[in-house]
Design a protein around this ligand. Structure first.
Ligand code: SF4
Length: 784
């Protein structure tokens, strides 16, 4: 039973899982707390997938850690007091620092941590430990899209427009995203796009449930998305679809990009990608004849050793056709992890300071050092990227503090990563559950999770949201912020690490002020109004000279407690059209294979608005709803200028190159990996939810009937997949929805079916993203 702790009748909050950050209400229920619909939150309008609907199962003490654990002399993990556990962590880190210098301590964060935790973790690494060795698992998620957008636009925000714009454009090319399974409520935007007369092109080597919705499905060989984009750009030029005025006025670098595209004529691209020329032409026709259009990418093209260039090629397509920096047009990346966006903005990345500032920028260092009250010259420089940091464990890096990540399952070449973790002198893991990585630790710290704490997250649109505490954590559990404060004190830094998330957010606002991701104008009060605030949102000028800490005017408490001045609870904002929804039954799709709902999305009809195909200029933009007198921030970026020094977007001079590992005689088949509907990331949470586990209880290998026949495997029989890095075994799932030269494995499970045993850690040279999506394997019948 969940400990309710004076629970409010209804607490509006957000799902603990993916980057859509669906709104939900938490209400008292038979087992303590239950999920109820929250139709007033505009992104999901009440709809939730099975993961969100069942998320309160994570709050059950039976599913989570409730006391610290320490490694005993006999090698077991045993319960310990908080004092003993924290002392052991401080000693382990201090010992490594004394023996090997500050960089002998590493810190590994997670894309599920709130903004406040990500900020505090980055500050802890650089101020308390003085180490440069910090990065996070978001490096495995969106790093290529981030660098690609930085290069092209001077700024990276997953989507530079609200998701609502997707339903109103004329054509979407969706590259390497199976959002029907990874974030099902987002499918409504594609359904509405089509209902409005728009076209959907899906690029994916598999005919996924998302691809089944497409007007046109292109199924390239894994790792050839870059060539595909170049081929489309070639056809744009050849068939007269260039927007030369836009190129001249708002871009630079076109000639080099043009030359690269012209070297990728359609027949050559067909040979590289396997996509027939007529389909390439049809995609260009759909994209260019619509009045407005978008390219959206996800992990498919990004998790490659040329992911940054691949993103650049898709951005080039948008720029050459004038489909960027204009209403209802543009490039966007669909971030994956719950706070993948905010988690990369506030300092847990190896190369960045809060506010998305560069760690190598002297002015940025001075600004953040002043907020932190430290000497800027003593701030360490950039450290290793996530995989490189994991590789250095047990050699240069001797002790590691890890928060909210499970690399034993989610990192590439996972068996090697597991070895490196075991080679450490000291490993401390702060987590909610005893993940496969936590099970290796010397000390495990049980920390609070979504509904047990208040904090902010930033969804894939750059919309900053308030997740509120609805229940008390079990006794014996502490917040990550409190843990960092206790460790800092034990390591000699008494101040600067408060446990109160709003106080941390106040400091984050000051640290981000003036940076690319400027949160200085965002307050918990504005967020409590419910619909979020898009960054950048600078503070009004009069505030900039003063404190941006806790609001002095007695605003309502975001936890819903009455304001001392008698103001109404912010949940009760009397705004027309924004009434609290009934706590009614939940809607959601099936947890695994089965037809998707037809017709309009059940969250409600598309709001009235202009139809796709309208002119690119002078378009009234749809509203982003918000309560009166709260800032909206900046829902749409780049409409006037891009964030580069000269305001122009930059074409990327990119050209095709093969994957780091291509099939050969020994390993003749491509492996690609991904997610399934019932599970999230390493599965550490969702595998513990009975309904999700029952829906998808284990790994599988999806393969084409021709390949299955060649190796003599029938449906459900065990199949071994072998790469240069190891071997995984799982039942065969035979389907014509995948190319005959490719097998697919979901990566949510440990053990013999661990997909990441096989994956290739070849890194993108710019983003340091590993090549999760492409490697070479052989497949064979497994005994037993
Ligand atoms: Fe949660 Fe599902 Fe919504 Fe993602 S799509 S935020 S997992 S309910």
């Amino acid at each position: 039973t969940v400990h309710r702790a004076d629970m409010q009748p209804r607490t509006p909050t957000h799902c603990p899982y993916c980057a859509l950050q669906c709104g939900m209400n938490l209400v008292p229920g038979p087992a303590g707390v239950a999920v109820a619909e929250r139709p007033d939150f505009p992104v999901n309008r009440g709809a939730l997938c099975g993961k969100g609907r069942t998320a309160t199962a994570l709050l059950s003490p039976a599913a989570r850690l409730t006391e610290p654990l320490v490694r005993t002399a006999s090698g077991d993990l045993a319960p310990a007091s908080w004092a003993e556990a924290l002392d052991r962590v401080a000693e382990g880190l201090a010992r490594a620092r004394t023996a090997g210098g500050a960089d002998a301590c590493g810190v590994f964060g997670g894309g599920g941590l709130t903004n406040e935790k990500a900020y505090a973790l980055g500050k802890f690494a650089r101020v308390v430990l003085g180490t440069s060795q910090i990065d996070y698992n978001g490096r495995f998620c969106m790093a290529s899209a981030a660098v690609g957008q930085q290069r092209a636009f001077g700024l990276d925000r997953g989507l530079p427009f609200p998701l609502a714009d997707v339903a109103r454009t004329g054509c979407v090319i969706l590259v390497g995203s199976n959002l029907a399974e990874t974030m099902p409520p987002a499918l409504r935007y594609l359904t509405e796009l089509k209902a409005n007369g728009g076209r959907l092109v899906v690029v994916d080597p598999r005919r996924t449930r998302t691809a089944e919705q497409a007007d046109l499905h292109l199924a390239p060989r894994p790792g050839t998305d870059l060539a595909l984009a170049l081929g489309l750009l070639h056809l744009v030029v050849a068939e007269g679809h260039l927007d030369e005025a836009f190129i001249g006025e708002r871009t630079s670098g076109w000639e080099q990009a043009r030359a690269a595209a012209m070297a990728h004529w359609p027949e050559r691209v067909e040979r590289i990608t396997g996509v027939p020329v007529p389909l390439l032409r049809e995609a260009v026709r759909m994209f260019c004849t619509a009045g407005s259009s978008m390219v959206l990418t996800a992990r498919g093209p990004e998790q490659q050793s040329k992911g940054t260039d691949t993103v650049g090629a898709w951005i080039n397509l948008c720029l050459a056709t004038g489909r960027a920096g204009r209403p209802l047009s543009g490039y966007g990346a669909l971030t994956g992890q719950g706070n993948g966006q905010g988690g990369r903005e506030h300092g847990q990345k190896a190369d960045q300071l809060p506010g998305y500032r560069k760690l190598t920028d002297p002015a940025a260092r001075r600004h953040v050092a002043e907020v932190w009250g430290v000497d800027p010259d003593r701030l360490p420089g950039p450290g290793r990227s996530a995989y490189e940091l994991l590789e250095a464990l047990g050699s240069d890096v001797r002790a590691l503090l890890l928060m909210g990540s499970n690399p034993v399952v989610s990192a590439p070449r996972a068996a090697h990563v597991e070895e490196r973790l075991r080679a450490l002198d000291f490993l401390a893991v702060a987590d909610v559950v005893l993940s496969e990585t936590a099970a290796l630790a010397d000390v495990v710290l049980p920390v609070t999770q979504w509904a047990e704490e208040t904090g902010t997250v930033t969804n894939l649109e750059g919309r900053v949201l308030l997740r509120r505490q609805a229940v008390a954590p079990p006794p014996g559990v502490r917040s990550d912020l409190a843990v960092l404060g206790e460790l800092a004190a034990r390591l000699g830094v008494e101040k600067g690490f408060p446990a109160d998330p709003e106080e941390v957010f106040g400091e984050l606002r000051r640290a981000s002020a003036g940076g690319p991701a400027d949160y200085s104008g965002i307050t918990y009060r504005a967020l409590a109004a419910g619909e979020g605030v898009f960054w950048p949102c600078p503070a009004p000028e009069e505030e900039q000279s003063g404190s941006t800490g806790p609001d002095p005017d007695g605003r309502p408490d975001p936890d819903g407690r009455p304001d001392p001045d008698g103001r109404p609870d912010p949940d009760g904002w009397p705004e027309p059209g924004r009434r609290p929804g009934p706590d009614g039954p939940l809607r959601g799709g099936p947890l695994r294979d089965g037809p998707l709902p037809d017709g309009p999305f059940p969250g409600g009809p598309s709001p009235a608005g202009p139809l796709p195909g309208k002119p690119l200029t002078d378009s009234p933009l749809p509203d982003v709803r918000r309560p009166p007198d709260t800032p909206a921030g900046t829902p749409r970026l780049f409409l006037d200028r891009f964030a580069t020094e000269d305001g122009r977007a930059r074409f990327a001079p990119v050209t095709h190159r093969p994957a780091a590992e291509e099939p050969d005689a020994e390993y003749p088949v491509f492996l690609t990996t991904g997610r399934v509907l019932a599970h999230y990331q390493s599965g550490a949470q969702t595998r513990r939810v009975a309904e999700l586990d029952a829906a998808e209880p284990g790994p599988f290998v999806q393969l084409h009937p021709r390949l299955a026949a060649r190796i003599g495997v029938a449906e459900g029989e065990r199949i071994a997949v072998v790469s240069r890095r190891g071997r995984a075994v799982a039942p065969a799932r035979i389907s014509t929805a995948i190319r005959a030269d490719t097998v697919f494995m979901p990566f949510h499970w440990p053990g013999e079916g661990r997909a990441n045993t096989l994956t290739n850690p070849a890194l993108d040279p710019a983003s340091r993203m590993p090549e999760f999506k492409v490697c070479a394997v052989r497949v064979e019948r497994a005994e037993g």
